[in-house]
Design a protein around this ligand. Sequence first.
Ligand SMILES: C[C@H](CCC(=O)NCCS(=O)(=O)O)[C@H]1CC[C@H]2[C@@H]3[C@H](O)C[C@@H]4C[C@H](O)CC[C@]4(C)[C@H]3C[C@H](O)[C@]12C
Length: 326
Amino acid sequence: MCTSIIYDSNGQHYFGRNLDLEISFGEHPVITPRNYVFKYRKLPNRKATYAMIGMAIVKDNYPLYFDAANEKGLGIAGLNFDGPCHYFPESAEKENVTPFELIPYLLSQYASVDEVKDALENVNLVDINFSKKLQLSPLHWLIADKTGKSIVVESTVSGLHVYDNPVHVLTNNPEFPGQLTNLANYANISPAQPKNTVVPDADINLYSRGLGTHHLPGGMDSASRFVKVAFVRAHAPEGKDEASSITNYFHILHSVEQPKGTDEVGPNSYEYTIYSDGTNLETGTFYYTNYENNQINAIKLSNENLDSDKLIDYELLEKQHINYQN
Ligand SMILES: C[C@H](CCC(=O)NCCS(=O)(=O)O)[C@H]1CC[C@H]2[C@@H]3[C@H](O)C[C@@H]4C[C@H](O)CC[C@]4(C)[C@H]3C[C@H](O)[C@]12C
């Protein structure tokens, strides 16, 4: 499963995700500069226009992004949506974009969620695989921008749905309206200690701090993670500077991370949080941690030549650096 959020702090907006899976594809940070030419399956080739940075694998010189953000402060993450997800045959009336092209298609041309909403009215998510080996995966997307707005995009048998997202998080199933409805079941969860209303005239000892969160779900499943991350994000304090903001951001994502051994998906096989990442949408600084190395690593989009036409790959830094003090 996966979790994606946008978090506001100190006038900045941070967008990214946890990638939870049982195996890594070898994903790593990749920058696509402005003059890189995207070759689309059903559309004319186009230059990128806006540079982007995110986690991807590169196949045949094509960046297959898992999540990314562009230099204008627009970000997108693809999360598993197995079951409800449905892609369509080619349409004569719409722009036919394959799901693996959606992140580059939107980030290379648009600067805001409002622009994306308009563009999506004309998009058909067409059922074309990247290759025989890399077939389409069932995904839905969280899209956010530096104004703090976010939307969820889901393609199901009833068509392409674009939902405004008032809670600014996304996990996996069920469909987004179902996740929002489910929040009502947890409406009284609070960081504050509860009042004893169960037997009002009995003197009940509130034996622990944090009893307002006693019924907060803690499971690895997508419905539990949705509630937990929505709660943690909504109550997270703002940082006072960049370091404290990005530290808070990772605390939110790590509150729903999956430690190895807790989510079995097959014999001896466990899903776990392979990496967590986040981009400051104002500055284009991309941060990440991963399972092996939970130090925060950063790459600045603006430190590269963004007028180039060649992809820029970075090694994923997976070695833990323990700070021995004696
Ligand atoms: C599975 C990943 C989402 C994480 C997630 O939600 N996992 C939960 C799995 S489960 O519900 O618990 O079974 C998604 C996110 C991005 C996806 C990748 C990106 O879309 C890029 C390419 C796209 C190609 O079409 C397929 C391979 C692929 C490399 C994708 C493989 C896989 O579907 C990824 C890695």
